[in-house]
Design a protein around this ligand. Structure first.
Ligand SMILES: Cc1cc2nc3c(=O)[nH]c(=O)nc-3n(C[C@H](O)[C@H](O)[C@H](O)COP(=O)(O)O)c2cc1C
Length: 535
């Protein structure tokens, strides 16, 4: 085992919540002193984007067959729409004097550690350079300019990349040591949000999965220590190419070639909160999980549409209305079986939502069914990769009967019984796990994956977040609602499933049901504060 893998396994172990104690976090939280959820850089040229709120005539159901969607032109207003639907504001909520923004991408604790950048490798849309997206203002801050000449200036490539990074401290402020996990979940959600946004425009995304984190940091300017306040720096996560039919892809090598010409502008503003606690273990695990340059991931799969959806709504409408349920109606009628199986089929790795993922699925679902038409209450499993079925069977309780439930989905009955109280207890006693139609644990093929490549630790959480983003939108499409659950008692979940080593580990939970609205909360439109400044 490499020292990096050891560090990661130790981190994972010490950040487990148990029934006896929660992972180490701040003893007190000063809610008035929350880090600014919106990063801004001072000293940069600003590029406002076109007015947000535009809809496209693409139905959510159309996203199942992406090749039929009209390809929108590569223009700055369309890039603005891409950013809005992926990372923009979706609403403001108000309760008494408190007011907070929600975004199209969810985030644990609404702390939003993920930052998004646009990298333009040529001058087609914007002066070639790197731009930081400020969701609050729906505008770009120019962090750098590349001097592109010759081929790069006249190429027919889209030249457009989206980079994601994390400010770990923003999340650690509330969640302490476990925050690194949540930052990775959020990256997975953000990738999913970006993929949905691109699909609405008839575009696709591909990961530059060969890129080293050090190169992503150089390309996005995250390695410029002097531009960031101590402890408020950003860690590089991922670069995605935006692919548009008719434009040749710009290669990773082309991208690295423009870097030496970069002139950088601006410094990150302070996030304003006082750094009362420090969590050095997060820096340690981040370093151990740093990704080197690697060969391209070779996974290929033939794409299939999921089972049909009855949803006739526009995709952009569903994206903007996505919310986390804070409470569910525990007396809801059973979720129709067609909706339930559609939701499960949408998280299978051969659907459009996962087409950019490029690696063998490692995350499977163990589902606590509470209120689903035609299904006995109890525990079920969805093996997202059929070849992993025996791994799941061998590592879990021998009393599970693994009785297949569906012709076209690898979905199995394991055990019948009322598991509402169990699901609630396992998810840190949260009633959202028991008052729903179903809740679930995302269980990853863990030790072998990390042994081979420690940086895959982060990707396992990204895969969970990506599944979570699909579940969020599928829930909205089915007329119900979802909530991600990062708080759960890790080893108690393993015990219930019979998992007794780290071959498999539960990395994320999720729940879907009929939401109960909190009538005290007021909902306000996302961008009325910009009414006058946007064209
Ligand atoms: C990784 C992750 C973990 C979360 N964990 C919980 C949780 O344990 N309990 C909960 O009530 N909500 C949880 N949420 C929901 C967030 O609180 C919610 O996304 C955030 O407040 C933003 O609200 P929105 O999703 O409605 O935009 C989680 C969300 C994410 C993305």
């Amino acid at each position: 085992m490499t020292p990096q893998t050891r560090t990661i396994l130790d981190y994972h172990q010490r950040t487990k919540h148990t029934l006896q104690r929660y992972a180490k976090g701040p003893e007190t939280i000063d809610w008035e002193d929350q880090p600014d959820p919106f990063r801004r850089f001072s000293g940069c040229a600003l590029f406002p984007l076109a007015r947000p709120g535009r809809d496209l005539p693409v139905r959510f159901a159309d996203l199942d067959q992406p090749h039929n969607i009209t390809v929108q032109a590569l223009t700055l207003p369309n890039v603005g729409l891409l950013l809005e639907l992926a990372f923009g504001l979706s609403a403001w909520k108000q309760l008494g004097p408190s007011r907070w923004a929600l975004r199209c991408n969810p985030s644990s604790g609404n702390l939003h550690p993920t930052e998004a950048y646009v990298l333009a490798a040529d001058n087609t849309l914007l002066p070639a350079g790197v731009y930081h997206y400020v969701s609050h203002d729906h505008q770009l801050e120019q962090r750098c300019q590349f001097a592109v000449t010759g081929d790069a200036e006249t190429n027919t490539g889209s030249g457009l990349f989206i980079g994601l990074s994390s400010i770990h401290w923003r999340e650690a402020w509330k969640y302490g040591e476990r925050a690194f996990r949540y930052c990775q979940h959020d990256i997975g959600h953000a990738l999913g949000a970006l993929r949905y946004a691109a699909a609405c425009l008839g575009w696709t995304i591909s990961l530059l999965s060969e890129a080293a984190d050090a190169d992503i940091a150089r390309l996005l300017g995250l390695d410029r220590a002097g531009d960031f306040k101590k402890n408020e720096q950003e860690t590089p996560d991922v670069l995605c190419r935006i692919q548009i039919t008719g434009h040749d892809p710009v290669t990773y090598q082309d991208l690295c070639a423009v870097l030496p010409s970069a002139t950088w502008f601006g410094v990150a503003d302070s996030l304003k909160a006082y750094h009362l606690y420090h969590w050095p273990v997060i820096d340690e695990v981040a370093e151990a999980a740093y990704k080197p340059e690697t060969a391209l991931l070779p996974w290929q799969v033939t794409q299939q549409p999921p089972l049909p959806t009855a949803c006739g709504k526009q995709a952009s409408q569903l994206i903007r209305q996505r919310r986390s349920a804070q409470q569910f109606d525990g007396k809801m009628a059973a979720l129709p079986a067609a909706d339930f199986y559609r939701i499960l089929s949408a998280v299978m790795p051969d659907t459009a939502a996962f087409s950019f993922w490029q690696s063998q699925p490692k995350v499977h679902l163990f589902v606590f069914v509470h209120r689903v038409e035609g299904l006995a209450s109890g525990l079920y499993a969805l093996a997202r990769h059929e070849a992993s079925l025996t791994v799941l069977q061998d590592a879990t309780l021998s009393l599970f009967d693994w009785h297949r439930q569906h012709d076209s989905l690898p979905f199995y009955h394991l055990y019948s019984g009322d598991l509402k109280q169990t699901a609630k207890t396992l998810s840190c006693h949260q009633p959202i796990a028991s008052d729903s139609a179903f809740s679930l644990a995302m269980v990853a093929e863990f030790a072998d994956t990390i042994n081979n490549a420690p940086w895959q630790y982060r990707r396992l959480f990204w895969e969970c977040g990506l599944i979570g983003q699909v579940l969020y939108l599928e829930a909205e499409a089915a007329g119900v609602r979802g909530t991600g659950i990062g708080c759960y008692f890790d080893d108690s979940v393993h015990e219930i499933l019979g998992i007794n080593d780290d071959k498999l580990q539960s990395l994320y939970h999720f729940t879907i049901g009929k939401p109960r609205e909190d009538s005290r909360l007021q909902t306000l439109p996302p961008y009325s504060h910009l009414q006058d400044s946007l064209s």
